[in-house]
Design a binder for this molecule. Structure first.
Ligand code: UDP
Length: 234
């Protein structure tokens, strides 16, 4: 295996599987099976899930909520997704634990990096919810932070696109895919891989990012085996 310990970032949007919102049970099952397979192959898997399929703070602000309240609603959305993912993992026979950056026992246990690492070492998946636990951040930044904290070998960003392109491949047919690209080039080109805070945190801590299409079953295993199917940011 190319990696021993990973932090996998899944966006809330991807759980909706193109239904515009909510949680798609088939998509959840497909993710759970891929993740179980990864753990069975000996890889420790930490996960950060987004909440965009349920609520985003910025959208809330536009509807009249103050930003901090909107962001708190967004963080709660990540907990809902995390519980759904834990349930799907357990259904698939893979033990998992939800750790929350904002105290809400008994829904989840309080997050701490040592607790997360212990969970991984026990062969369980650690689902770290609430992003960073603070407003004005995103779950991309939350996953960059958790990846660094749990000393992951890489942060894997599972999306519906198979890597990073020079332009949006769904809009521009001449867009070219990168196999590898530096953090600096991602920032200079203004590529929307992740927000700047998340990219900067990975850059400062030498945390490689691997962007790949997780919606195709079997792709997580391919990435873990070192198949170059996505884009590496180094
Ligand atoms: N959020 C936050 N702090 C964090 C992470 C998330 O306040 O550290 C809030 C923010 O409002 C965000 C929402 O939670 O819009 C959902 O997260 P995100 O938009 O990153 O989800 P994704 O786009 O990955 O589904």
């Amino acid at each position: 295996m190319k990696y021993n310990r990973i932090l996998l970032k899944l966006s809330g949007e991807s759980l909706a599987a193109g239904n515009g919102g909510g949680i798609d049970p088939d998509r959840l099952r497909s993710y759970a099976l891929q993740i179980r397979q990864a753990v069975e192959s000996g890889v420790q898997v930490g996960i950060v899930v987004g909440g965009g399929n349920i609520f985003r703070g910025v959208a809330g602000a536009a509807k009249g909520f103050d930003r901090v309240t909107g962001d708190q609603m967004g963080m709660l959305a990540t907990v809902i997704n995390s519980l759904a993912l834990r349930s799907a993992l357990e259904e698939a026979g893979q033990p998992a634990r939800v750790l929350t950056a904002i105290g809400m026992f008994p829904i989840g246990e309080p997050y701490g990096s040592r607790r997360a690492i212990e969970t991984l070492e026990e062969g369980r998946v650690a689902i770290m919810s609430c992003g960073t636990g603070s407003p004005y951040f995103t779950t991309d930044t939350g996953s960059a932070l958790r990846a660094v904290e749990i000393q992951a070998d890489a942060m894997l960003k599972g999306t519906r696109v198979d890597g990073i392109y020079t332009a949006d491949p769904e809009k521009d047919p001449s867009a070219r895919k990168f196999d590898r690209i530096s953090y600096a080039e991602v920032m200079e080109r203004g590529l929307k891989v992740m927000d700047l805070t998340a990219t900067a945190l990975c850059k400062e801590n030498g945390m490689p990012i691997y962007v790949f299409d997780m919606d195709t079953p079997g792709n997580l295993a391919r990435v873990l085996a070192g198949e170059p199917i996505g884009t590496e940011v180094f």
